[in-house]
Design a binder for this molecule. Sequence first.
Ligand code: NAP
Length: 517
Amino acid sequence: MNLPAFRNELYTDFSTPENRAAMQAALARVRNQLGRSYSLILAGERIDTAGKLTSVNPANPNEIIGTHAKATPELAARAIETAYANFSQWSRTPAADRVRMLVRMAELIRERKLDFDAWLVLEAGKTWIEAEAETAEAIDFCEYYAREMVRLSAPPSVVQMPGERDEFRYLPLGVGVVIPPWNFSLAILCGMAVAALVTGNTVVIKPSSETPTVGAIFAETLLEAGFPPESFSFLPGSGSAVGDILVQHPKTRFVSFTGSRDVGLRINELAARPQPGQIWIKRIVAEMGGKDAIIVDDDCNLDSAVEGVAASAFGYQGQKCSACSRAIVHQRVYDSFVEKLKARTEKIAVGSPEDPAKAMGPVISAGARKTILDYIAVGKNEGRVLVGDSAVPAEGHYIPPTVIVDVESKSRIFQEEIFGPVLAVAKARDFDHALSMANDSQYGLTGAIYSNNAAHVARAREEFFVGNMYINRKCTGAMVGAHPFGGFNMSGTDSKAGGPDYLLLFLQGKSIAEKLT
Ligand code: NAP
């Protein structure tokens, strides 16, 4: 199957009046669909349950986005057993057919891009630009993994032993459980689910309880794209109520998880214990948290460092695993950096993400807001609040962008993932000190260095221990294909989403040697 070379999806330019009008129209279209009820989908069967999951607009918690049938433990077990029963048929569907479905999926998301954007604005609190980047990433995952599957379905050549025909091919694994977070409720859910499906696995998708509606629209789109109803289940439900059942079930072959460290570690531990009747070691891909640092060296372009730090710290309200939550600044430029950062941060307009003039919307929930505010209270004792009292709307889960300076490396706000718009700034004596502070973390997801010192940049290439390192640019905004994404240490199991190794996580190799007579 011949597909044109992969290209990243272009972003809609919201500076043109036509595109702004089109986005307003998409918001109105989606607003007309708010408050609908959604059944869960178990291998094509629509099921309603007594328990309901209600998702709300974080900018206006009185506004219901969707009400979803909530999976019970019994339904979770049934979804795995059904996926197991359907595996043999789906896994035998020719790879070319699965690839065609995935390319169609990309087309459908592309056709409805602004509608997906609007769902993300209203359910996840993303600004237009953040929503657009996420929808484009979902399209990229579909297009990229389609091409990767074409590549992997051609058997790689192996050494031919004399008198034998030797062959190597990839087989799907079996039943996968896909558990995404809310912060990329479309792109990460899509990336993990379609990677599992295109490689021939059946999957049970359990969306985040904060953002099930985007997930439900995605699931409907999978069916429209031609993925057979038997190939997947879409099962909203509380992670604590059904997560263990899905992970521990003896017929579960693998779990693709993205979320917090603690939940990832729990999944890893539970999945490691074989259950009665289980005949494999489960494969766990757990992509987890971050405490990402940007090093600001003394000879860098300070304005561009300030811009990169602010964009990385406050884009999507700091709720990205890649967000900069630590700025480590050389003492020689510390004071001017802090002064410029203050001015830059004070310009950030916080308010409804439906308003394209706002750069920051709400955080995802009342619970998240409380956790973040508690961290800010801790931070007040661990440093000096430089910025943090700008006005925010009273309705909705808003928090002003907050910068705490003069923080020590061992302090809690420098070590623990806050997952909100809170940036800790520390002063480094020299570059060595900066690098050692950056690496003083249990996490190792993203990081950046702003420097014009070639020797320092070379050392950071070798010694800055993060999965995604950036030089003289922000530490968010990884692009599929160009920046395969995933971190080290407690940031996860070292997988690289959107990269050439990723689909292998959903496959196993089989060698076949035939003696020639
Ligand atoms: P989370 O609380 O860990 O939840 C993630 C998913 O796990 C949700 O679907 C959740 O369901 C489910 N879950 C909860 N308890 C479970 C259990 N016992 N068994 C199975 N599943 C369970 O994380 P989050 O708040 O959604 O997301 C934020 C975190 O994700 C941050 O730590 C961030 O750094 C990380 N993240 C990492 C990456 C990466 O690529 N490394 C990317 C994005 C986000 P419920 O919603 O029903 O609880």
